[in-house]
Structures are given as C-alpha cells and as structure tokens.
Design a protein around this ligand. Sequence first.
Ligand SMILES: Nc1ncnc2c1ncn2[C@@H]1O[C@H](COP(=O)(O)OP(=O)(O)OP(=O)(O)O)[C@@H](O)[C@H]1O
Length: 366
Amino acid sequence: MSQDNSRNLIEVQHLTKSFVADTDFFGRPTSFVQAVDDVSFTIRRGEAFGLVGESGCGKTTIGKMICGLLKPTSGQILFEGRDITALGQRDRRAMCRDIQLVFQDPYASLNPRMTIGKIIAEPILTNKILPKDQVDERVDELLELVGLAPYMKNRYPHEFSGGQRQRVGIARALALNPKLIVCDEPVSALDVSIQAQVLNLLDDLKEQLGLTYLFIAHGLNVVKHISDRVGVMYLGRMMEIAPKESLYTEPLCPYTQALLSAIPSPDPKLQRRRIILEGDVPSPIDPPAGCRFASRCFAKIGACDVSAPEQREVLPDHICACRRYDNVAPELARDLSLEIQRDAARPSYGRGSDLINDDPVVTPEA
Ligand SMILES: Nc1ncnc2c1ncn2[C@@H]1O[C@H](COP(=O)(O)OP(=O)(O)OP(=O)(O)O)[C@@H](O)[C@H]1O
C-alpha cells in the first residue's frame, strides 16, 4: 500500500479479533470465533470509507475496535500516527472524543428518560468541552445542523420518528467535534425514503465540517452514494479495497462481483446479470484454511483451498486479496456495472464462461 502517511487519519494494520466461543468445565476456552483476521486498510482525512459485507463478516467488530470499545487480539490501529490499542485508559478516553459512533438502531440508542436536549448536552458536559452557560446554545446549533428545530429539545425520544431519532444520534456524535465518525449501518433500520434523507445529511455534514467517516453497511448499494473508497469483507477477511469508481466498474474479486450483481436495477426495462452464490458462509469458529470465499467462489482453483493470498495493490489504489483477479472474465465485470439491455444478445464470456455460475438472467415484468 504505497501512500503518503500524513493523508491517513486511520491506519489499520494486521488487525485480528477472536472471541471465545466455548469453554470447558473449568471455564477455559475451547474454541474461538475468528471475527476479524489480519485486516489492513487506511482511512484518509476527509474521506468516507465504506465497509461492506454480509452479516457476521466482522464489520461491527472493526468499528468497535476503532472506537476503543473492544481490544484487538493483535494488530495496530494508528490514529494520526498513534497506536490507539496501546494507550492507557486516560489517553484512550481523550482519543475517543475524536472518534464517535452513530449506532444502527435509532430506537435503542437514545435514553428514553432523557429529553433530546439532555442527550445531546451530556457528552459536552461530561467532557467539559464548554462552560455550562454555553451548552444550551451549542445544543440548539447542533439540532439545526442536523435539520431539527431547537424548540424540539424538550421532547423525549418516543416523540420522534426513526429518521428524526437518527438525526439526534448524529447531533450527539457531533457534539464533541470528532475527527472520525464510525457510522454502523446508520440507515438500515429506516424506511427507504428516510434512508436517502439521512445519507444526504451525512454527506452534507462531511463537506460542511470536513468530517471523515467509516461507513459500515451490508450491501454495496447503500455505500455507493456516500463513500469515496470501499472495502469489501468476507468472513473476517478484507477481500478488496478500491476507490468507488473502480470498485463499481471494475470489481476484481469474485465476491465483490457477486455483491454488485445483487444491487437491483432502478430501471425495470434494464436487467442485470445475477450471480447466485451457492452454499452457506462457513463457520467463523472453523474458517477455511485457504481463501475464506473459496467454498462458494465460481472462479476458484485448487490453490485457493490451500492458501489465502495477501492483500496487494494490483492496480493503482486498488487492493485485492484474490489470486484469480485477472482470470475472471472482464466482460462479466462490465455487465455488472453497465447493466444489459433486456433484448440484447447474451454476451459470450469466452475464457470466463466455465468459471462463472451461469444462472438464468432474471427478466423483469414489462
Ligand atoms: N462479543 C462477542 N462474543 C462472541 N462472538 C462475537 C461477539 N461479537 C461478535 N461476535 C461474532 O463475531 C463475528 C463478527 O460479528 P460482527 O458483529 O462484527 O459482524 P457484522 O459483519 O458486523 O455483522 P452484522 O452486519 O450482522 O452486524 C460473528 O460471527 C459474531 O457472532
């Protein structure tokens, strides 16, 4: 990864986290869940880094380790060049002011007994950011920043809609002027129409306040709008990292291609070639020895079962951990990003045709 380090706000290096899955009669661990395994990536100042992958692949665990809520098993997290995993409690608390979290569930993340004014003021008072007589004014300012009226501060969370509650959660995260906000699936609990509003708000705040985001989501469609670069995870491993433009048009890893093919087309007259992955995700307690995705990969070769390739920069700024990245038909990648006209002849994939899962093209109703 050749990069100017001063551009990076966060550098995650060989991060690993395992949880105890089971213990024996004496309470000694007998098996472990490998939630995150040797993951490395950077987040540059002022960028939104999207982290995607299906449920259980380790996204939230990474977010929690960056926020200091979980201690890594091994690896480093450099924040402005300092390893936050090695800090003492006081230094970590100070550092945590710079890294705030917006939670997935706006219904569960706000204290129902506090007014939203108090919820937003709490971190300011606890961290003694402002004199008490200025806190009220700051709360009004934060409410306006997230599109809520200051008079609403005397209301309780149950008096707000899901979208409004998520705005309160964002205001609370902004209260300490953080440098990085970890957004853990911030819109997945909201209606689709409200999702777009909250995503637009986050995008506007990023421009206005020069924020940096780690934006966690299940699917590539949610992060497409907001992210500058995207990392794709599978079963604890980082499979691919690329700028948004190249990830969506030139996905190199077969798993990324499968995720992209699952994005529904907004135009019913257009159809997209779907890659249906067969089989289940292996258990994180006993993950495959080679590439984590090998058991479901349509492009795998024998070596994929034996050893996992390292993450490496295979195109400028495009990192991939797949030894088959140059063997999967480029036409397939193009079809996934450009979409195929419904009546167009199906393209021949040549070399890739024996590799891809040639499932039928789904034809939407006219
Ligand atoms: N405290 C814990 N104890 C034991 N196992 C855990 C713990 N937290 C997470 N795990 C396991 O670690 C793996 C990764 O979990 P994580 O929540 O990071 O995944 P995720 O990608 O964020 O999933 P989701 O999108 O569903 O939130 C899962 O197998 C999960 O069961």
